[in-house]
Design a protein around this ligand. Structure first.
Ligand SMILES: NC(=O)c1ccc[n+]([C@@H]2O[C@H](COP(=O)([O-])OP(=O)(O)OC[C@H]3O[C@@H](n4cnc5c(N)ncnc54)[C@H](O)[C@@H]3O)[C@@H](O)[C@H]2O)c1
Length: 326
């Protein structure tokens, strides 16, 4: 029996594929490589290049690999682009996921772990954000994820699908072999490290007048190995007969943009030039997770929680892979 990993050539998917294999589980990966990297998936893993909305291909993968569960990472995830090109996001993240679910149900594959996001909450009404916080996304990307959460609830009730939606906060860091290689890159930590490597002249700090101690926005950074571990626990939950549910995944502590840059200066020993810029529309001042439910129900505890430790793992990967996977 295998686990189908969609988007397994991407950042979080590729690390989770390695974690599943380290557990002795069999995996099959589908990725269209629009943003992923073939090199991020070990050559010994059955790999299928294509769209999750290609029903014939997904049917064949399930049959060839005796797929019994699915971890669904594939999506487009650029918030700004989703505002400019919502069609691209609803087509890819919603329509293709509906197609994927059709084929999974047809083949009686009823264990499903979904990559959701803190962007489903929108502007925080309080922090730390727990799972009861109202979900009112502030952009089309967040809506695509929330729509799929609602689809999963309805399919769970009607068709016996059992699914775990994992609402990640900011995925970050690297393992010994897998790291963050997005193009274009929009995440703070890799951008700061690109500046340290001299690949960027400076880092833009969007907003220095937030109601936070140093005026810059605060985010909850969660290490990629801890995220991968949460997926294994979510799968255990489903295999042990657990109900469909949703969990936040974050450290429960936040770091400001200025704190991240200061930590990166200490880790890299580089002067990192900064240019202050206005706030970006829709960027909340503070996003911090309350992940107590994941601890209580799944037994999940993040292990790499210090910002320097997270950045050091990413720095090691970027210095060893200055051109990413290429
Ligand atoms: N990176 C984060 O901080 C973060 C935070 C919250 C949620 N998420 C979610 O986690 C998931 C993984 O994020 P990531 O950072 O690893 O992104 P990523 O872009 O590195 O990985 C996504 C992968 O999916 C593939 N893909 C996209 N559409 C596809 C399709 N229709 N068919 C087949 N393959 C397709 C891409 O080629 C890519 O390899 C996404 O669903 C994202 O929305 C990420």
């Amino acid at each position: 029996m295998s686990i189908l990993v969609t988007g397994g050539a991407g950042y979080i998917g590729s690390v989770t594929v390695e974690a599943l294999r380290a557990r002795g589980l069999k995996v099959a990966v589908i990725d269209n490589l629009v943003y992923g990297h073939r090199e991020a998936v070990d050559a010994s893993v059955p790999f299928y290049e294509g769209d999750i909305g290609d029903k014939e291909l997904v049917s064949r993968i399930i049959a060839e690999n005796s797929v019994k569960a699915c971890m669904h990472f594939s999506a487009f995830a650029y918030v700004g682009e989703s505002v400019q090109q919502p069609q691209k996001y609803f087509q890819n993240n919603v329509r293709q996921t509906l197609d994927l679910l059709d084929v999974l149900l047809e083949h009686d594959v009823k264990q499903f772990v979904f990559s959701s996001t803190c962007a489903t909450y929108g502007e925080p009404q309080y922090t730390p954000i727990d799972e009861q916080h109202p979900q009112q996304p502030a952009n089309p990307y967040g809506w695509t994820k929330l729509m799929i959460e609602r689809v999963l609830e309805a399919y769970s009730a009607a068709y016996g699908l059992r699914c775990v939606a994992l609402r990640y906060f900011n995925a970050s860091g690297a393992t010994e072999t897998r790291g963050e290689d997005h193009f274009p890159e929009t995440h703070l930590i890799p951008l700061v490290l690109f500046a340290a490597l001299g690949k960027l002249s400076h880092v833009s700090v969007f907003g220095t007048d937030y109601p936070t101690p140093d005026g810059t926005a605060i985010r909850d950074y969660i290490h990629i190995s801890d995220l991968a571990e949460a997926h294994l626990l979510a799968l255990d939950h489903l295999r042990n007969g657990g109900n469909s549910d949703a969990f936040n995944l974050g450290n429960g502590s936040g770091f400001s943009v200025s704190e991240v840059i200061a930590a990166a200066r200490r880790v890299t020993g580089s002067e990192i030039n900064v240019a202050n810029a206005p706030r970006r529309p829709g960027d909340p001042s503070k996003l911090i997770a309350n992940a107590e439910k994941a601890a209580r129900v799944l037994g999940w505890q993040p292990k790499i929680t210090g910002i320097e430790e997270i950045i050091a793992s990413a720095w090691k990967w970027h210095t060893e892979h200055p051109e990413g996977y290429k």
